[in-house]
Design a protein around this ligand. Structure first.
Ligand SMILES: NC(=O)c1ccc[n+]([C@@H]2O[C@H](COP(=O)([O-])OP(=O)(O)OC[C@H]3O[C@@H](n4cnc5c(N)ncnc54)[C@H](OP(=O)(O)O)[C@@H]3O)[C@@H](O)[C@H]2O)c1
Length: 334
């Protein structure tokens, strides 16, 4: 470590499970990097729905991870462990963390960090890791989305949705999305979605069928669950893949298995946070190869909704829970 690194730092902790007011600014020790880790001076951190669920007490940090919320950051490498080869002090990076992002410093396994795309601010770059790692794995690796296929993503205006729309379009899919208001639908179209269904006014199953001449969607990325599950089966094409990443409307569902059998559907899903470092490292390698060039050219870029200072992390959570945001909410920690 260099002498400029302080012993303690500002961080936001969850005092106890509850509302946004349980997020409070505290002092914590600056962590020390282990052999394969980077110490990063955080300049900006992304806020994600899983942070809200953690604060509510339903998504504890995995074993060994920081109890401080925050799954993604952008910043500067200020110290490196003995075995780190591919990064140097002074490098600008983005990183996926299992926790600890709502703070001035964090350690991360070097394999889970990537260079800051050129011409990206820290705020923009902090919006990348969580949704890009998640979408790449679930849509392309599990969902096997290919050019020319029809992709349906629910919650198109969410952090995940805005990333999924852009990546699916960039890789040649036809994109249909659902969103809770006309303004959100308009934003999704602006971002490149071919069709956006205001799901409070229109039945998405009928709309998808109509838009695809009765064929349905090849891949569905779903964060809603509950009663959407059977409806996703109805909206899916023959050999369709449904990938579950959350269940905002409930984890239990009544389904008609005949859709699964008659259409030969695959229903799978995953959670990213607790996966091992090596798994995330492989994802980082794929993203660097296939997606970083698109970011460098700004063919795609995260959508930023609002920026809050670290001490106002509670306001960032309030904004997310009000669900009026479009894209990503960011903490500016410069
Ligand atoms: N499995 C994983 O590895 C993984 C990783 C990251 C995130 N996730 C999950 O992916 C989802 C999106 O994450 P995010 O960070 O992008 O969150 P976000 O921006 O807050 O998105 C949530 C979206 O869900 C829609 N929604 C639908 N039903 C809802 C309901 N009952 N309550 C609240 N919102 C509802 C909201 O928009 P409308 O107005 O359109 O309803 C909103 O845009 C979250 O559920 C998160 O937990 C999973």
């Amino acid at each position: 470590m260099t002498g400029k690194i302080p012993l303690s730092m500002n961080a936001v902790e969850i005092v106890k499970p509850g509302g946004p007011e349980e997020l409070q600014l505290v002092q914590r020790n600056v962590p020390n990097p282990k052999a394969n880790e980077l110490l990063i001076k955080i300049r900006a951190a992304g806020v994600n729905r899983p942070d809200v669920v953690q604060r509510q007490g339903h998504y504890p940090a995995p074993e060994g991870a920081s109890d401080i919320p925050g799954l993604e950051i952008a910043g500067d490498v200020v110290a490196i462990g003995d075995q780190v080869e591919n990064f140097h002090i002074g490098d600008q990076v983005v990183a996926l963390l299992p926790g600890g992002g709502y703070a001035e410093y964090a350690v991360v396994h070097a394999s889970n960090a990537l260079p800051l795309p050129s011409n990206f601010s820290y705020v923009e770059a902090a919006a990348i890791p969580e949704t890009f790692f998640t979408v790449w794995h679930n849509v392309f690796q599990l969902g096997l989305l290919k050019a020319g296929q029809v992709f349906l993503v629910h919650g198109g205006s969410s952090g995940i949705g805005t990333t999924a729309i852009q990546l699916a379009k960039a890789f040649g899919a036809t994109v249909i999305t659902t969103a809770g208001s006309q303004a959100k639908c308009d934003a999704c179209i602006e971002l490149g979605a071919d069709h956006a269904i205001p799901y409070r006014e229109q039945d998405f199953v009928a709309a998808v069928k109509e838009l695809t001449n009765g064929r349905g969607a090849d891949v569905i990325l779903d964060m809603v669950g509950g009663d959407y599950t059977n409806r996703n089966y109805q909206a899916a094409a023959i050999n369709g893949r449904i990938v579950q990443i959350a269940f905002l409307n409930g984890a239990k569902a009544e389904i008609n298995l005949s859709y699964l059998m008659m259409k030969r559907l695959t229903h799978t899903g995953s959670t990213l946070r607790a996966r091992p470092v090596d798994f995330k490292a492989d994802l980082a390698t794929e993203l660097k190869k296939h997606v970083w060039p698109l970011l460098e050219k700004r063919t795609i870029a995260p959508v930023i909704d609002m920026i809050f200072p670290l001490k106002d992390a509670w306001r960032a959570h309030k904004r997310m829970e009000e669900s009026n945001h479009i894209g990503k909410i960011i903490l500016d920690i410069a």
